[in-house]
Design a protein around this ligand. Sequence first.
Ligand code: ZN
Ligand code: MG
Ligand code: ZN
Length: 509
Amino acid sequence: MKRRDLLRLGATVSAGAAAGLLQGPLPGASRRATPVPGMTPASKASEGIRARNIIFFAYDGTGYEDLATASFFARSLGRSPLHFENLLGMGRSGLMRPESLTSVVTDSAAATTAWATGQRVVNGALSMHIDERELVPILHLAKDRGMATGLVTSTRITHATPAGWIARVPSRGMEDEIAAQYLDFEPDILMGGGAGRFQAEMRSDGRDLLGEFRQAGYEVLRTPAELAASTGDRVLGLFSEGTRHLPFEVDRVNRGVESPSLADLTFSALQRLEGAGRGFVLQVEAGRIDHANHHNDPAGMVGDWMAAEEALEVVLRHVARNPDTLLIAVPDHDTGGGVTYGIGRRYTHSTPALASLHRRQASLEWLLRDGLPRNPDPTTVAAGVEEYLGLPLASRRAEQISAVLAGERPEEWDWGHPNAQGSRNNRVGHLLSISDETPPVQRANINFATGAHTGGFVPLVLHGAGATQGNLGVIDNTELFRIMTDALGFRYENPAMDPRAAREAETSD
Ligand code: ZN
Ligand code: MG
Ligand code: ZN
């Protein structure tokens, strides 16, 4: 992306806002936390501009600290401030409380259900209560009203976040069923990874869903070239094999893993949806920031943040041309709790240490899966980490990583944080992030609190139709459902479940 283009985009968007194109408060947006007695909300809800289209831009597994780290990284690329930062000051913004029905820490399934249905469910469930009562996601409500619908993601298309907008299953792991429910629902756009769940030879029921989608009038696209050449209104784009997600951006760019970028997919989806007679609801998910954070891989994280920025820019151009579009951009929860910390006297090493992220030419996932042989010895580990991550590694760390890759989990090691033993990638990522023998400015000064999701509030921005400037305060993730239905001009109430009953059902599993 050229800097000139970025500047032009900023000018366009700001001019649109300044010209008053986006006036009128969003009805329902004042449904926030109970105000302090005696204080009145800054702006009262009233009739606002209806949205014709909604673009829900989901960031999976990231929060404020990542936003800061991504912003520092973008600055070193001459791409600062981030569009997300600009949005925080342009429309409505606030904080979102990302809980599930029975846990202060949500998983992605319960998180996407809260957005899509306005109800909290137990972790792992998709738009369905634990007693198997089905909820109606907003994409169904939109389709009933003649609107077009679409899902775009950098994960498998059957992964939790996109799935919750359409599928109703008790467990996010039921991805064969999710793919089948996609076909029953027939959204206009499905673009992401993970072709396996649509192929007869990989499905438990032997159904050839690719063939069935074709019969239903879909173009099935498998490569960037096919994506570029296709002109159909209904597409199923699956750009990775088996159960793989799309590549991390750092690997797509540096390791030559063939895939469309998230921006490519977003552009292509919006091009097809733009002409929809009654508007559309599109979810775009930057889905792998979460994975990088589970691995404690800061290069994977900032790379996918940059990919999200490029996709967000595509969206902002669309909103500038179509001011009747409401954009909601928000993470579903934070993951990892990674922070950029100060090092050196007066923290003078901090800035060059962060810049050392540029030395990383691969994700941790790629290094462990494709860049190293099986069960590498310590010397091979050290060579691979140096070559692909630009990290000189002390011999003791190389030995530990070699042992982890051989399947050992020595008890006596100080893992440093509560969930570092979660996955192999996370254990290695943790060992790399605490490589205290490495000269400080050669190692990114980013440390992670955990390999799991966290409960922190996440930044939320609304922009476009109805999103006049103002502070949303702290709102529940479920409020976004009501904000969307209000913007589209209807109300719908899905059934709630009592959290105590859900907890009982959960513990008697
Ligand atoms: Zn998530
Ligand atoms: Mg996700
Ligand atoms: Zn996650």
